[in-house]
Design a protein around this ligand. Structure first.
Ligand SMILES: *Cc1c(COP(=O)(O)O)cnc(C)c1O
Length: 217
């Protein structure tokens, strides 16, 4: 039993209803990075199935022995030298953001004979310190993923600037998805997931509101 999980699920349901969206439209990705197992266990026991992790190695250490029936998503930057492990391990990679990575992922998917679902990360606020393809390069990059590398793009992901109103950034990501025929939108975190749902998020990535504040960043 996890009161935090029940509370977040309730807030998601209320946000779906306010947006006139069907119940269950939005997937909760529980972001378990850096969390001690005693914070994760109650959420897992309460039936949460989808978890997000930032680092390949850390995710494998945490989940390898217990991943049966779960969906694991990589939501942190992926280095090309970890692409093989990431393809083997994750169900979804949300951080495809450059041609070199697309090329290496295409190779590794071919070799593995198995493909994770892929999202393109967009640097929606055009912040130099953040990963993601620039918004004005997104259309060409999505086209290259599909046509040059044969990678289906299931969704787009973004992390808006911390100190800004996130709504216009979420709307901008939705517009990029719509004009490129991309179905899914991974947007919204602990502080802004209800706004993201109003703007069309199909999955929200919630860490600290679910598990407590992380011990380190
Ligand atoms: C850590 C992280 C989250 C979760 O952040 P909270 O504010 O703790 O909910 C979501 N998305 C990404 C990409 C993250 O790195």
């Amino acid at each position: 039993m996890s009161q935090a999980l029940a509370e977040i699920q309730g807030r998601i349901a209320a946000a779906e209803a306010r947006a006139g969206r069907p119940a269950g439209d939005v997937t909760l990705v529980a972001v378990s990075k850096t969390q001690p197992w005693e914070h994760i266990a109650p959420v897992l026991d309460a039936g949460q199935k989808v978890f997000g992790e930032n680092r390949v190695q850390e995710a494998m250490e945490r989940w390898s022995q217990r991943r049966e029936g779960l969906e694991l998503r990589l939501i942190g930057p992926l280095q090309t030298n970890k692409a093989r492990e990431a393809v083997a391990f994750f169900d979804v990679i949300e951080t495809v953001d450059r041609e070199k990575l697309a090329r290496v992922l295409a190779d590794e998917i071919q070799k593995a004979g198995k493909a994770p679902r892929l999202y393109v990360q967009v640097n929606i606020g055009e912040e130099p310190q953040k990963a993601g393809i620039a918004p004005d390069e997104a259309d060409a990059f999505i086209a290259a993923c599909r046509e040059t590398y044969g990678l289906p793009v299931e969704g787009l992901m973004c992390i808006p600037p911390v100190d800004a109103d996130p709504a216009p950034h979420f709307a901008k990501l939705r517009a990029i998805a719509q004009r490129n025929g991309v179905a899914k939108l991974s947007m919204g975190m602990s502080d802004d997931f209800e706004i993201a749902i109003a703007e069309g998020a199909t999955s929200v990535r919630v860490g600290s509101a679910l598990f407590g504040r992380r011990a380190y960043a």
